[in-house]
Design a binder for this molecule. Structure first.
Ligand SMILES: [Zn+2]
Length: 443
C-alpha cells in the first residue's frame, strides 16, 4: 500500500464523516474522492480479499441476494465487505472498500458487490470477481439503458474481462440463459421445476421470441413475467437446472425445496424464492460453510421496501418497491393472494433514479387489481396523476393525493385491516421514514 493510496483513503474517509455530519450518508462520495486521488485504489483494496469476490447483477432482487449472502456468510464466521446500501456504480463500490479498510488494509474473506449492469463492464476490471450472479433481466429504467439487448451486451462485455469467472444465472429466464450461452462459458442455473401460479396471460414479457434465432419461443408454462419453461425449434431451451426448486408452498410465508433440502422463510413474494435459491446455489458453488443455512435464511430481514410490514394502530401496512412492470406485476400477484387487503397506495415519481419515462406504467397488468378485494386506491407522487389515468383506462377508479405523507394519512384514515403501499425509488425513503415514525407513535 503506497502513500498515495493511504492519503486518498484518509481524505475520502474524512469527507465521508463530514457529509454524515450534515445528514448525508452513502458510499459514493468517498469512492469518488478516492478514485480521483488514487485511480488504482479499488484494484489495490479488492486484491486483498482472501477468498472470493461475488458480483450480483440483474434487474430485480440483486440487493436482496447481495445482502443475504453477506448476512449468512457473516453469521458463518466470514469477514465480509459489502455494498449493502445498494450504491452499485463504480464510486459506490469503491467507497464500500474504502470505508471497510483499516490503515489502508482490507481484512476480509469475501466481498459481495451488487453492480449496476451498465457499470459492471468498467467496475469488474478492478475487482477479482470469481462468481457473477445474474438474477433476471426485466425491462427497467428505459431511458437509461434503452432496450434489454443493450443490458445483455454490457454484461457480456463484463464477463469477457474475467476468463475464469463462474456464472450463476436464472435458468427460468430465457434472456439469462441466452446470455450465458453467448458468453461461451460454463454456467450454473437455478429454476423452479413445477408450475406455481396461474400465469398472467396479459402481462408484457420480454423473450417472446427466441434470443438465439428470433423464432417464436414456446413456453410450457410461465411463473411470472417471462420466467418459465421455454424451448425453441432451433434447440435453444431451458437447461437441465443445477439447483432445482420444488415443492413450492406460498400459503404461509414461503416454503420450498432446493435439490431436496427444505427451506421455510416467514415473508412473502414468490420472486423471493428465486433470491433464496441464488444464495443457496452461490454458497454451494463457492463451497462456503452453510451448515445452518435454513435457519439463517429464516431469520433474514428484507431491506426497506421489500415486503416490509408496519403495524399502525389497527392497520397492518405492507411497503413494497415497485419500479418496473415485472416488480409491479409481482406486487399485484401478492395482492391477489391476500384477501385481507383493503386499500392500496401507489406512488410514482419520475426523478432520474426512477427513470424520467413513465410509459412503463402501461405495461403493468393493472386490470388484475379488479380481481382483488381492494376497495380504495390512492395514487401519489409527481406522476401519480399518470398512474390514476392508467388505472382509469382499465376502468379502475382511484383518487390522486399529490403529497406522499398526506396520501398515507388518507390510506390510514378509516383504519383498514391491511393496506399496501407500492412506490418507486425516490419515494421509498420518505415512505419508509414516515411509516416508521407512525408505527412508533402508535405503539
Ligand atoms: Zn431459437
Amino acid at each position: 500500500m503506497n502513500l498515495r493510496h493511504l492519503m486518498a483513503i484518509g481524505v475520502a474517509k474524512t469527507a465521508s464523516r463530514m457529509s454524515r455530519l450534515i445528514g448525508k450518508q452513502g458510499q459514493n462520495l468517498p469512492g469518488t474522492i478516492g478514485l480521483r486521488l488514487s485511480p488504482g485504489i479499488l484494484r489495490d483494496l479488492s486484491a486483498q480479499v482472501k477468498q472470493h469476490t461475488v458480483m450480483v447483477c440483474g434487474t430485480n432482487g440483486k440487493t436482496t441476494v447481495n445482502n443475504l449472502l453477506a448476512d449468512v456468510t457473516e453469521q458463518n464466521g466470514y469477514q465480509v465487505v459489502v455494498n449493502r446500501t445498494g450504491a452499485n456504480q463504480r464510486d459506490g463500490i469503491t467507497g464500500s472498500f474504502i470505508l471497510a479498510s483499516r490503515g489502508g488494509k482490507i481484512k476480509a474473506d469475501l466481498a459481495f458487490m451488487e453492480s449496476d449492469e451498465a457499470w459492471s463492464r468498467y467496475t469488474i476490471r478492478d475487482l477479482p470477481v470469481d462468481l457473477m450472479i445474474i438474477t433476471n433481466l426485466f425491462r427497467d429504467q428505459l431511458d437509461r439503458y434503452g432496450e434489454i439487448d443493450t443490458t445483455v451486451n454490457f454484461l457480456l462485455e463484463a464477463i469477457s474481462h474475467k476468463p475464469d469467472m463462474k456464472l450463476l444465472v436464472n435458468g427460468d429466464d430465457a434472456l439469462c440463459v441466452a446470455l450465458a450461452e453467448k458468453s461461451g462459458r460454463p454456467y450454473d442455473t437455478f429454476g423452479v421445476e413445477e408450475p406455481v401460479l396461474d400465469h398472467l396471460a396479459d402481462e408484457t414479457r420480454e423473450a417472446t421470441y427466441c434470443p438465439m434465432c428470433d423464432q417464436k419461443l414456446h413456453y410450457d408454462f410461465y411463473h411470472f413475467s417471462q420466467l418459465g419453461h421455454f424451448r425453441c425449434s432451433c434447440g435453444f431451451q431451458r437447461p437441465d437446472i443445477d439447483y432445482k426448486i420444488t415443492d413450492v408452498d406460498l400459503s404461509d410465508g414461503l416454503k420450498f425445496h432446493v435439490n431436496g433440502q427444505a427451506f421455510a422463510v416467514p415473508y412473502r413474494g414468490f420472486y423471493n424464492i428465486y433470491n433464496m435459491a441464488a444464495v443457496i446455489a452461490a454458497m454451494d458453488i463457492l463451497d462456503l460453510r452453510r451448515d445452518d443455512l435454513a435457519r439463517q435464511l429464516n431469520q433474514f430481514k428484507p431491506r426497506a421496501g421489500r415486503n416490509q410490514e408496519f403495524v399502525i394502530g389497527n392497520t397492518r401496512l405492507i411497503l413494497n418497491l415497485a419500479k418496473n412492470p415485472a416488480g409491479f406485476n409481482q406486487n399485484i400477484q401478492s395482492l391477489l393472494g391476500d384477501d385481507t387487503a383493503e386499500k392500496v397506495l401507489i406512488g410514482i415519481n419520475d426523478n432520474e433514479p426512477d427513470g424520467r419515462d413513465v410509459s412503463w406504467l402501461w405495461d403493468v397488468a393493472v386490470d388484475r387489481l379488479k380481481q382483488t378485494d381492494v376497495r380504495d386506491i390512492i395514487t401519489t407522487g409527481a406522476r401519480g396523476a399518470d398512474m390514476a389515468l392508467r388505472l382509469k383506462y382499465d376502468g379502475i377508479e382511484s383518487h390522486y393525493v399529490p403529497q406522499l405523507t398526506k396520501a398515507i394519512d388518507q390510506l390510514l384514515a378509516d383504519e383498514p385491516e391491511v393496506g399496501y403501499v407500492l412506490v418507486n425509488y425516490t419515494l421509498l425513503d420518505t415512505a419508509y421514514e414516515y411509516l416508521t415514525s407512525l408505527a412508533r407513535r402508535t405503539q
